[in-house]
Design a binder for this molecule. Sequence first.
Ligand code: ADP
Ligand code: SF4
Length: 692
Amino acid sequence: MGRDPRYDILFEPIAIGPVTARNRFYQVPHCNGMGYRYPRATAAMRAMKAEGGWSVVCTEECEIHPSGDVSPHVEARLWDDRDIPIQAAMAAAVHEHGALAGVELAHNGLSAGNLYSREVPLAPSHNVVLGSQRDPVQARAMDRSDIRAFRRWHREAALRARRAGFDIVYVYAGHNLTLPMHFLSRRFNRRTDEYGGSLENRVRLLRELIEETKEAVGDTCAVAVRFAVDELLGASGIECEGEGREVVEILAELPDLWDVNLSEWDNDSQTSRFAKEGYQEPFVAFVKRITSKPVVGVGRFTSPDAMVGQVRRGVLDFIGAARPSIADPFLPKKVEEGRLEDIRECIGCNICVSGDFRHVPIRCTQNPTMGEEWRRGWHPERIAPKRTDDAVLVVGAGPAGLECARALGRRGYPVTLAEARQDLGGRVTDESGLPGLAEWARVRDYREQQLLQLPSVEVYRASRMTASDVLELGAARVVLAVGSRWRRDGVGHEQSEPIPIGAGARVFTPEDIVARGAVPGPVLVFDDDHYYLGGVIAQMLRDRGLDVTLVTPAVQVSHWTHNTMEQYRVQSRLMTSGVHIVVRHNLVGIEDGSVRLECGYTHRAVIRACESVVLVTSRLPEEDLYQDLQASQVALDRAGIRTVDRIGDCLAPSTIAAAVYAGHRYAQCLDEPQCEGGGFRREMPGLDNFSA
Ligand code: ADP
Ligand code: SF4
């Protein structure tokens, strides 16, 4: 089936200065936790997007000088000529598939603590270094010679970028991260010279950088500006109705392309819990009315109709994507080939972001091959054919079982997928019914849809398997993906022993809440899990009118969601909706009608009245079926069962991303000798001897 003519407009070539993009699908710069440390992995990941049809594929932010070193984050680097071969490998890999390669040159100014280089950080005016770590470090005010030096570094980096083969060179004034943005900002620029004061003066540095980059490389490379048109800070920040608009008016025709978004990164890449597809339109729509240059913007676009709407309504020329291109590097190809049902839609969970935040390679909930392209040779759309005719029984159709059956089916193995419930999806089905998590159902929906296309996979719903059922079926390979259950005894991160629970106390787990919807109030939610679920359940119970207290041993609620850039929004929404929040307290006893809390600092006890307690602490794997099967090797042999494996939460409970990965890995590795030992290729690049 070919492309639907409705989407033809998305495949028009667009000129960007001296270069031309083959269509309107544009992978904007995005971090990935690999950068200079794993350059082959980065190049292979970017190449996959080019192969999947994106017309422009950009780097992550690319440091131009040791004085703008964002360690411990791992980004791209063009500090000097020795970095060129590393970046050239990425550009060449992208070119191989007919896409343009873009590089986002960045000097992180007062957002760079320079923890590796130990240079003194630079800023328009004296200022503390920004960042969630609140490093006890200050940046010094740049004098005119510093500004001249910075402009020279930027120009030299642009020349290196061209030598590396890039087609698009960015000047980056976004995400509150870089010197040109810090100079623009009234909060950070308190200068009294020609670079401070009026907007005309504060924009001077950005203008000079654009002009100098164009002068240096503009004859062959397009010069793009990435600019945050609004910081969502009201009058104290850049606003799209105020200085954001004025900056675009002042510089309108100067760059070859405007890449516009919101600042900071947590506003730009909001999760589906807090923002829906296209959420940036009200902020960026003005840009195209001011400039004749092409405009790219983002908004977690996964629907081709929404994309066409953006173009037809004159909001954007290019459909920018970071996360949708991570979840499905082949999204453009699928639209082109009329295979919309094959699109693996981003669920907006920001697990991808957590890789960069934790300084490890990117992972994606929807796309288990993300970050594995080079080291494991995994491809998001292709997988090796089966090596044997072994039949496989997959028990449990949560994210692990669904992905396992899907990928095995793609290999051609005969697969039986048995699920106890009528609905597939396991925890994803349960959790996607909770407030804000509806898009998480895409993990199930994509796989359920794919299974329909796989002739060798048979799905049995409402089929709870016992050990004798498994033996009777006698598949050579048995994979258990039967999940986990939340603990009822309160053991979690802080609490290593079961919490004493008195007679008559009403204690519930998240599964109880999903099943019942509500419990008698007042209710106390004890979150010793620290990811999303405690906060989501507290929110849901509060939305149902209950008096809710959320208690956590951490210093803030849903502490780990800092890594998905949601923590601020989670806590502010809970507080504004009237949930009482008690931080840095442990739950040490539960009685009928009250709980005993203990302060994490003073260990002083506090008694608090409540009718119900919800324990969101940790989970136990479902092990019964595995143990029943292990009970008799003779029975397994007699049934012809050669292997019994566990994957996902029933082996060790973890994230949905980990469950999908476990399912995929089983399928990739079945009968594949190179997988033995779980090995993957390692890279430790040297600057002076790098070759792709
Ligand atoms: P994971 O995240 O590891 O995929 P889930 O808890 O999401 O785990 O999914 C496990 C699935 O396994 C659930 O849908 C559950 O109904 C199913 N399941 C559990 N035990 C059995 C069984 N004995 N037979 C069939 N399905 C089962
Ligand atoms: Fe989307 Fe989540 Fe994948 Fe990131 S990790 S691309 S947010 S599905």
